[in-house]
Design a protein around this ligand. Structure first.
Ligand SMILES: [Zn+2]
Ligand SMILES: [Zn+2]
Length: 241
């Protein structure tokens, strides 16, 4: 765990063959308006709840969980978390919220081969991720989370409902799986992915002023060098067509 700012804590994912997304904890740990960003892989809820406990955050303080998108490595332990924090709202982009609500799990698993393998390995049945979404997020939404303003950017390409959360005043960007540190970008071969859309989404990110980059996996960047997103975009754009 690492405190990034007074109101943001990073809980690194614990990859085990399959990646486990990072969780970010937004809000004053002494307050009652805590937001979690992304849940993580199956069986990782206990680990993440233990970190919350170490931060002196009780589950009663957690108001909502925002998914950057609904891939398995981000939503996998959400059913576990919901059992432990039943009042916690789930927020997700409209396009993927519609899928979860009708029980379409194609975005969750990304491809049928992976679905078959993972369902056998973890004993998951069809419909585990069918759930109600409390708030459907859309491009341009302004979210006031414990008094801090976050803008929702719809960034399709890695998945159709991928979002980024941008805090303009502190130049902090929570990027999900669209752009990582280490000059990497999200894969664009799974169900709902689209390389051209990913290219456009990366181009949008080039236009943001970002000092702190908080992606869904691997390293974070607390001092983003000038022109970082542009370099990533330039490096990848010819593969995204
Ligand atoms: Zn993903
Ligand atoms: Zn991921």
């Amino acid at each position: 765990m690492k405190r990034i700012t007074e109101g943001i804590v990073w809980i690194p994912g614990q990859d085990q063959f399959i990646p486990d997304a990072h969780m970010y904890v937004l809000g004053d740990p002494k307050g009652d308006d805590i937001t979690l960003i992304d849940a993580g892989l199956m069986r990782k809820s206990d680990y993440k709840l233990k970190v919350l406990e170490a931060l002196d955050i009780e589950v009663s303080q957690v108001k909502r969980l925002i998914l950057t998108h609904s891939h398995l490595d981000h939503i996998g332990c959400l059913p576990e978390l919901k059992r432990k924090i039943p009042h916690m709202e789930v927020w997700l982009h409209t396009l993927e919220a519609e899928e979860l609500e009708v029980g379409n799990e194609m975005t969750v698993y990304g491809m049928n081969l992976f679905k078959t393998m993972v369902q056998a390995q973890f004993g998951l049945k069809d419909g585990v991720f069918k759930m109600g979404v409390d708030k459907r997020l859309n491009e341009g939404d302004q979210l006031l989370l414990d008094g801090i303003l976050w803008e929702v950017l719809h960034l399709p390409g890695h998945s159709k409902g991928s979002i980024g959360l941008y805090n303009r005043s502190s130049r902090i960007f929570i990027s999900g799986d669209t752009i990582y540190s280490d000059y990497a970008i999200g894969r664009f071969d799974l169900y709902g992915a689209d390389p051209k859309e990913l290219r456009d989404s990366l181009e949008r990110i080039v236009g943001l002023e970002i000092d702190v980059l908080l992606p869904g996996h691997n390293n974070i960047m607390e001092a983003v060098p000038d022109g970082y997103a542009r370099k990533v975009y330039e490096q990848w754009k010819n593969y995204l067509r």
